[in-house]
Design a protein. Structure first.
Lengths: 171, 616
């Protein structure tokens, strides 16, 4: 029994080492608050470890964790105690990792954070997490065509907001 | 926007966010008897409604057949209508999860999106083919006040309908704008459209960063002057000739005002002349200039071809932004060892040694092997140790340098997968990184390392390597071959995102032939005794007419977005062991999806995403 517990801990440590930052950043992009993202990531890993026996390796660990994290964040967003967070303000609150003043441009990230949740899902998973459409469908438990249509609509929304900025006609 | 552009942008911005709760998770795991989350629902007395299969009966009369799961769904919809007034229209605002428990069913509706008010969750229990219980998590809430309309903190059916209509109105208004010409709009037109489309946004929740398009006033920097200043600022920032920037095409110019502090600025792009260079994209600069000051707020240089990106000539002093941007690309690793050492010296001289991540680069000199010979030797070691050779090398960024490591001069070859291969199969690269270190004479290997050593000791063939947990060197040629073939299918397709049934079958068969699972790559070719694609479409449309009314399907623009034929349900929200058709339609008010058994035409799944659920 002790060995089992030790094995679970070892597994948890590996998963957290390999995917901890990814899960936390994904949660931040959903919740817009660093502390809430830490809370959600912590909860996500605990849920993941409880559910690990049911992980059937049909997706990568990362996809599986992303799905758990997204559901955790969505639950958090629905909480009546949660205050609404402004996505841009959340970004501004982050410490600037660059040393130079305004080392980079936030236009795209702001645009993505302003998207309705279901568009944000597919854009982040497709462009940021580099999931295949099928993996996104798996992660979000949605039909593949729905994922595709959301991706196209999300791209259309972003292209309107970022026309000539990050989007070209050929993209 | 390309995949390669977004991930680095986000990672750079969020690089300060690191997971800090490892110990909390471990402590949580150690606590015995993890608490089972309490049910959210207040159970109300069972309604014990006995409903006939009304819709199923209608469907059967029209020659449609519903699966048991779909029957359960229709029973639940009827019950929710009777208990709470919900309709198919508003149910589209929720995810419908249908769970089988023996002969019983639990149908749960959870919000698809975050809405401006609490909408709660709904549950219906079905036992013995009859509704036993319906529940709404907010039933009896003191905050539910239908008289307040959309101002009620809790929304029921009436508010959901009103909200759905309001959002639909917004999207209708948006659709009347001809966005195809937006790139040519002048600043006045941008401000006008922005103002018009923003009026409903608090409800629709699409406010972009609180900034608004505006028209420059007399005291502002004027548009033409802004272009000139931007060109000069970019030339200075990147150490480039002014002619290089001013010779580019002017791209986009907008003038923005912060709603928060009323600060104003221009956003502008300069783009390389001509069309995009295929996948590599197009070189461009972008810049934000404050108004009226004309100060650079932000700037960036997109140079998709790393080989064309170089550090500014001459002294780098004062050019930290340019150097930092350069180091965040793959341009530096691709330099020869000698040029790396030169670049590193220049950076250190300008005070930017911190950007080298502690590496000490040396210039090859007398007593050391010649660079070309050393690289050849390192590749030979790589081949002997890991079977990475030939064309497989093109799948990696090869970073070769002479470095001082623990007081010794060593030749270091590092291979990291090119982005396109790193992400080809899935989100986690199974290719791994390689590192070879040789002594300075390049006649002895002091380190050979593959980051995935020991992960998978199995031996695979060309037809089953898709099952491997790590792609060893001998697998890489098969991976490259698969990617080339899959890319060719997509390149020949009418639409990369919406492959036709035949194209998708061809694409997924490539993966199945390599050992990937049919659950993941499930597109197939219809069998002879399957219903045809046309018949499947016809049945799907009839199902939608029965469910949502003829007007929804026949009187508004309604088009098939994507037909697909899948061999396995995989991650679909329904179960079947048989191939099925899945058809997606776009109507003016949302997206409709219907899945049917490929042979019998039985309806397996149906979903509606109205604009108000986020699918505008």
């Amino acid at each position: 029994m002790r060995e089992t517990a030790a094995a679970i801990e070892a597994l948890a440590r590996r998963l957290m080492a390999e995917h901890g930052d990814f899960v936390t950043r994904l949660c931040f992009l959903y919740l817009g608050d660093e502390m809430e993202a830490q809370d959600a990531a912590q909860e996500s890993f605990l849920k993941a470890m409880k559910a690990f026996p049911s992980f059937r390796n049909e997706s990568s660990e990362r996809t599986w964790l992303a799905r758990i994290a997204i559901n955790t964040c969505k639950d958090s967003l629905r909480s009546p105690w949660r205050k609404r967070v402004d996505g841009e303000q959340a970004l501004l609150n982050l410490k600037d990792p660059g040393e130079g003043p305004e080392a980079f441009d936030d236009t795209v990230i702001k645009a993505i954070m302003s998207l309705p949740a279901k568009y944000k899902d597919v854009i982040l998973l497709f462009y940021y997490q580099n999931l295949l459409l099928r993996d996104i469908a798996r992660a979000l438990a949605l039909p593949l065509p729905t994922v595709s249509s959301r991706l196209i609509r999300a791209r259309n929304k972003l292209s309107k907001q970022l026309k000539g900025w990050f989007f070209n006609e050929e993209d | 926007m390309k995949k390669t552009e977004l991930a680095p942008l986000i990672d750079r911005r969020l690089s300060g966010i690191r997971f800090e709760r490892e110990e909390a998770v471990i402590q949580g795991l150690r606590r015995e008897g993890a608490r089972t989350p309490a049910r959210r629902f207040r159970l109300v007395p069972a309604l014990a409604l006995i409903l006939a299969l009304l819709l199923a009966g209608t469907a059967l009369a029209l020659g449609l057949s519903l699966s048991a799961r779909m029957n359960a769904r229709q029973l639940a919809v009827e019950a929710l209508g009777q208990s709470f007034g919900l309709s198919e229209e508003t149910i589209g605002l929720f995810e419908v999860n249908i769970k089988k428990d023996g002969a019983d069913w639990l149908v749960r509706l959870t919000p698809k999106n975050t809405y401006p008010a609490e909408v709660g969750e709904y549950e219906v229990s079905i036992r013995n083919n009859a509704v036993a219980d319906t529940r709404w998590s907010l039933e009896g809430s003191a905050e539910y006040n239908p008289d307040k309309g959309l101002a009620s903190p809790v929304w029921g059916q009436e508010q959901l309908l009103a909200y759905k209509q309001a959002v639909q109105n917004y999207y209708d208004k948006m659709s009347r704008v001809d966005w195809s010409k937006s790139e040519q709009w002048d600043l006045q037109e941008r401000a006008r459209v922005d103002q018009m489309t923003r009026s409903d946004q608090p409800l629709v929740d699409e406010i972009l960063a609180g900034d608004a398009h505006a028209v420059p006033g007399q005291d502002d920097l004027q548009p033409e002057e802004a272009w000139d200043r931007a060109a000069r600022a970019l030339a200075a920032r990147y150490g480039l000739p002014l002619e290089y920037i001013s010779g580019m095409a002017r791209g986009y110019q907008s003038f923005m005002e912060s709603r928060e502090d009323k600060s104003r600025w221009y956003a502008m792009t300069f783009e390389a002349a001509g069309k995009n260079d295929g996948e590599a994209g197009q070189e461009s600069f972008y810049i934000l200039l404050s108004s009226p000051q004309g100060e650079v707020l932000k700037a960036a240089w997109f140079q998709p071809d790393d080989s064309k990106r170089a550090l500014p000539a001459g002294s780098l002093i004062g050019l930290r932004d340019a150097v930092e941007e350069y180091m965040n690309t793959q341009a530096f690793p691709r330099l020869t060892a000698a040029r790396k050492a030169d670049a590193a010296q220049r950076m250190t001289a300008a005070g930017f040694g911190d950007l080298l991540d502690g590496a000490v680069y040396l210039t090859p000199g007398p007593g050391q092997a010649a660079e070309a010979a050393a690289l050849q030797k390192a590749r030979a070691v790589l081949q002997d140790a890991f079977q990475v050779k030939g064309e497989s090398l093109s799948m990696f960024v090869q970073d070769f340098s002479l470095q001082e490591v623990d007081g010794a001069a060593l030749w270091v070859l590092r291979l990291t997968p090119e982005h396109e291969y790193q992400t080809f199969i899935g989100p986690t690269s199974l290719i791994g990184d390689y590192e070879i270190r040789l002594n300075e004479a390049a006649d002895e290997a002091v380190l050979t390392r593959w980051s995935f050593s020991g992960v998978d000791e199995g031996t695979y063939t060309r037809s089953d390597w898709g099952r491997a947990k790590a792609y060893a060197g001998y697998i890489l040629p098969w991976l490259k071959e698969l990617k080339d073939k899959a890319d060719a299918v997509k390149a020949a397709a009418q639409d990369e995102y919406f492959l036709t049934v035949a194209e998708a079958a061809q694409h997924d068969q490539l993966f199945r032939d390599a050992g990937f699972s049919v659950e993941r790559y499930g597109a197939g070719t219809p069998r002879k005794d399957d219903i045809s694609e046309d018949k499947a479409i016809s049945l799907a449309l009839e199902t939608l007419r029965v469910t949502y009314g003829r007007e929804a399907v026949d009187k508004e623009p309604f088009e098939l977005i994507w037909p697909s034929y899948l061999l396995r349900a995989g991650a679909q929200p329904f179960e079947t062991e048989q191939p099925f058709w899945m058809l997606s339609f776009h109507g003016g008010s949302g997206i409709y999806v219907v899945a049917l058994d490929a042979k019998s035409g039985q309806i397996l799944y149906m979903n509606y995403d109205p604009a108000a659920s986020g699918n505008g």
